[in-house]
Design a protein around this ligand. Structure first.
Ligand SMILES: Nc1ncnc2c1ncn2[C@@H]1O[C@H](COP(=O)(O)OP(=O)(O)O)[C@@H](O)[C@H]1O
Ligand SMILES: N[C@@H](CCC(=O)OP(=O)(O)O)C(=O)O
Length: 379
């Protein structure tokens, strides 16, 4: 585990064998058969590779999808349901079956596993965050492999990740992992979706390395959810918070963890960011928009200044104080996202005015910034 704010010491895929703590995510597409249901063989093959790494002393967290897929057959469902209620039912039935398989497969290697079901709220709200960290950390200290999934049965549409790729990136951030490994049915990110003649992208150091790349969302036989889009997003989230990420196939898991030249490597871009800002940048559903004049765009865009009412020319949407909003220039280009300190009802009479004047006129409460620098991410 690393100290706060320090990027991972693992700076290249060849150094993965030196990582002390790794989060591995496996998707439904690598655990299920074409006809649906969990493939005993696929799961066993993955566990053989991971148990060897765990038994070599690496602290390992497995974020595993597959609960919904595992619940289909017992419920007589032919394919993944679209409605939330049946997805919840399938996950409820399937999660236990999935854990039973993992318990048995890891157990054959002398490795104990523990189930950890998380919702988005557990990873974003400070108190729950500390609680989840404590639990995972203790499991790791005890030599257990925590097996994490989204708590699909209780998650609602509003707070749902829906894909485990971004959940895995937040878990990697939470436990201060040295690396995140995202496994699916394809060996790397390609310049285009399969069948379109793309070539492997071995390494991503910045957003420009993905310019012109066509990343599709369709997975095999409808069992996967986010496709490559959510994997690239998750790898980028991790990289931006100081954790390198590798995207590859389940078949390549052992080679990847041995530091071989497989998959797509996302190198780190800076130190750790608070989880609140990761959420704002990549996950939050914004509830409205603030439009700024050019001076305010420059101030906010510098990443060094809070947003004050004087620089705001327009307000759209229906939001409460504390909600996430988009911050745009006068052409409608989004320049930042932030947590706003005032509601959509309060803001219009504040626009263009200095905080000092507002405090005199409306009371000391109105001296605060509209979006504080600590609650703002430049995009
Ligand atoms: N540019 C791309 N490079 C690689 N794979 C891509 C690309 N665009 C789309 N994909 C698709 O993403 C799929 C992996 O996503 P998904 O099925 O959701 O996996 P999982 O269930 O493991 O999360 C691949 O099988 C592939 O069809
Ligand atoms: N939590 C859901 C999986 C969601 C998910 O991310 O699926 P996938 O795209 O296959 O990794 C489940 O266990 O079925």
């Amino acid at each position: 585990m690393r100290a706060n704010n320090m990027p991972s010491a693992v700076t290249d895929r060849s150094q993965l064998p030196q990582a002390g703590r790794i989060v591995v995510k496996v998707g439904s597409s690598s655990l299920t058969t074409v006809g649906g249901g969990i493939s005993e063989e696929a799961l066993g093959g993955l566990v053989d590779q991971l148990a060897a790494v765990r038994n070599a002393g690496v602290e390992l967290i497995l974020v595993s999808s597959g609960a919904i897929a595992a619940g289909l057959a017992p419920l007589g469902l032919a394919r993944r349901p679209r409605d939330l209620a049946r997805q919840q039912a399938a996950a409820s039935v399937g999660q236990g079956l999935l854990m039973a398989r993992y318990t048995q497969a890891f157990g054959a290697h002398g490795v104990t596993v523990g189930q950890v079901l998380l919702t988005a709220e557990d990873l974003i709200r400070r108190q729950q965050y500390a609680n989840a960290f404590r639990a995972l950390n203790r499991l790791l200290n005890l030599g257990v492999v925590p097996i994490v999934n989204e708590n699909d049965t209780v998650a609602t549409h509003e707070i749902r990740f829906g894909d485990n790729d971004r959940l895995a990136a937040l878990v990697a951030h939470l436990v201060k992992a040295d690396a995140l490994v995202l496994l699916s049915d394809i060996d790397s990110v390609y310049t285009g979706p399969p069948g379109e003649g793309g070539v492997r992208i071995p390494r991503v150091d910045s957003a420009t390395d993905l310019e012109g790349v066509r990343i599709g969302s369709a997975g095999k036989a409808g069992v996967g959810t986010g496709g490559m889009v959510t994997k690239v997003e998750a790898a980028t989230m991790a990289a931006e918070s100081g954790i390198p990420a590798l995207v590859t196939s389940t078949a390549n898991a052992a080679a990847a963890l041995a530091g071989e030249d497989v998959g797509t490597w996302f190198s780190t871009r800076g130190g750790r960011r608070p989880v609140r800002l990761l959420w704002l940048a990549h996950l939050a559903t914004t509830q409205g928009r603030l439009v700024l004049d050019d001076g305010a765009v420059a101030a906010v865009g510098s990443g060094l200044r809070s947003l004050l009412p004087a620089g705001i020319t327009g307000v759209d949407g229906d939001f409460e104080a504390g909600d996430p909003v988009e911050i745009a220039d006068r052409h409608g280009r989004v320049v930042a996202r932030g947590l706003v300190n005032y509601s959509a009802q309060e803001l219009p009479r504040m626009l263009g005015r200095s905080t000092h004047e507002l405090a005199l006129d409306l009371g000391p409460h109105y001296e605060r910034e509209v979006v504080h620098i600590d609650d703002l991410v430049v995009v």
